[in-house]
Design a protein around this ligand. Structure first.
Ligand code: COA
Length: 148
């Protein structure tokens, strides 16, 4: 079982490296912004040796809680790490009074869409050209009724 905990300031550099390898490059400023906005919404998974297995960075918009960045190490996928991160994030959302979580996902990211749909997310919008490279997105939403 992975260890799930909130990201601390000391974790930010290696989270940047991790995201570059498993998602895309993000500057530490982006992560600092999320952390200053919502410290409890920045969650990571580690193995017993302290190696990073996954990261979920949440943010808050006018509409509530969002998943902004989410990735599991390629060699650790389909082992429940993403599920554990999402569960911890939903618990944090629930404690803060958020009852929905939204996110955007590339329409061709079938693995992530399958993951989100398996967790009860549903598509609410098609967003043509949402990404800088012109890629399309779905907006998805999860209603949080209770915490695990
Ligand atoms: C999406 C992601 C975070 C899921 O993490 P994960 O640790 O592999 O997910 P879990 O092992 O907890 O999967 C839980 C369930 O989701 C579904 N699922 C996950 N990955 C899937 C896939 N590739 N194909 C089909 N279903 C999948 C399954 O129902 C799975 O349960 P099962 O393994 O018992 O069948 C991971 O695939 C990832 O990091 N992808 C690359 C980055 C990315 O696309 N991030 C999302 C950006 S919006």
């Amino acid at each position: 079982m992975p260890l799930i905990r909130c990201a601390e300031e000391r974790d930010l550099d290696r989270i940047c490296v991790f995201l570059s390898m498993n998602l895309e490059y993000f500057s530490p400023d982006v992560l600092n912004f999320f952390r200053s906005q919502w410290p409890g919404g920045q969650i990571l998974a580690e193995d017993v040796f302290g190696n990073l297995l996954g990261v979920l960075c949440g943010s808050v918009t006018g509409k509530g809680a969002c998943i902004s960045l989410f990735a599991v190490d390629e060699g650790s996928r389909r082992k429940g790490v993403g599920s554990s991160l999402l569960e911890a994030f939903c618990r944090e959302c629930f404690m803060r009074g958020y009852r929905t979580v939204t996110l955007e996902v590339r329409t061709d990211n079938m693995n992530a869409i399958a993951f989100y749909e398996s967790k009860g997310f549903f598509r609410t919008e098609f967003l043509p050209g949402f990404y800088n490279d012109g890629g399309d997105a779905y907006r998805m939403e999860l209603r949080i009724c209770r915490t695990g």
